[in-house]
Design a protein around this ligand. Structure first.
Ligand SMILES: [Zn+2]
Ligand SMILES: [Zn+2]
Length: 282
């Protein structure tokens, strides 16, 4: 393999994310004015993380580092895992299932993908970037360089939550490490890097808050981003009044985070779930 093959967008984005995350963490840990102690104002001369470390209190800096590491691992997991691709080569059992699906519910508007020619399950969509059909497609995330779909959406939400926690903590650390004094030239040299980190963290915190809030809202109502923005273009939503997949807040959250109650989207769409469960009980 040619070395430049490693320079694909996915590898660059992931390396960029990792370098940025550790860069910010390092600034928050090691930032120091470099001035002699006498020149420093006595309050907040160095960020609390370093102060705690110097005072021998290792629990907080260690917790912070573990959170950073956790968010990084979640990022890599979401970014590298299979988001729920629909099999292009149907397995023998799947062929039978496909026949069944094609026969049983005539009302369900299943469609064949025009790119990979597979029969798309309900809520699946073809992603042009990934060149595959993805089950319960949510969106293609350029920051992850991967689709967010049935298999990694839960981890994506967990990543957003953990990342927001790290960002807010980092924001607090950067703010408490900042000190404002004249002259500006000296201030810029001593606190410029920390201030730039503070601005960057503010920007990322706002983006992460908005994303997390919108995803929690969508999860609570069992809708995907794609369905939310394009409901008028989606046949299975146009044919059904309201949101056919909404089972109420508790069941939506339980299904999203724990996979319970189970059941296919097709049965839910056709409104057969209640009859099925009452049939089983009887
Ligand atoms: Zn496709
Ligand atoms: Zn994609």
């Amino acid at each position: 393999m040619a070395p430049w093959a490693l320079l694909n967008p996915g590898v660059l984005v992931r390396t960029g994310h990792t370098v940025l995350t550790w860069g910010i963490t390092l600034v928050l840990f090691l930032h120091d004015t470099g001035e002699p102690d006498t020149a420093r104002p006595q309050t907040h001369a160095i960020p609390p993380l370093r102060q705690w470390e110097e005072q021998g209190e290792l629990l907080l800096p260690l917790t912070f580092l573990l959170l950073v590491l956790g968010s990084l691992l979640l990022y890599l997991a979401v970014s590298l895992m299979d988001p729920g691709y629909v099999n292009i080569q149907p397995q023998p059992q799947e062929e039978a299932k496909e026949e069944q699906t094609a026969m049983v519910p005539p009302a369900i508007p299943l469609r064949r993908c025009g790119y990979c020619m597979v029969l798309q399950p309900l809520r699946a969509r073809h992603c042009r970037e990934c060149r595959r059909c993805v089950r319960r497609y949510d969106h293609h995330c350029p920051w992850m360089e991967n689709c967010v779909g049935e298999r990694n959406h839960r981890l994506f939400v967990a990543y957003l939550a953990l990342q927001l926690l790290v960002l807010l903590w980092g924001l607090y650390l950067a703010w408490s490490g900042l000190r404002f004094f004249q002259p500006w030239g000296l201030w810029l040299r001593s606190s410029g890097l920390l201030f730039a980190t503070f601005l960057l963290l503010s920007l990322f915190s706002m983006a992460a808050s908005l994303l997390l809030a919108s995803h929690l809202y969508l999860v609570a109502s069992n809708t995907t981003t794609w369905e939310f923005i394009s409901s008028h273009r989606i046949a299975y939503l146009r044919q059904h009044p309201g949101n056919p997949f909404d089972r109420g807040l508790t069941r939506n959250l339980a299904h999203f985070f724990c996979g319970w109650p189970s059941g296919s989207w097709e049965t839910l769409w056709a409104g057969e779930e209640e009859e099925e469960s009452s049939g089983q009980a009887a």
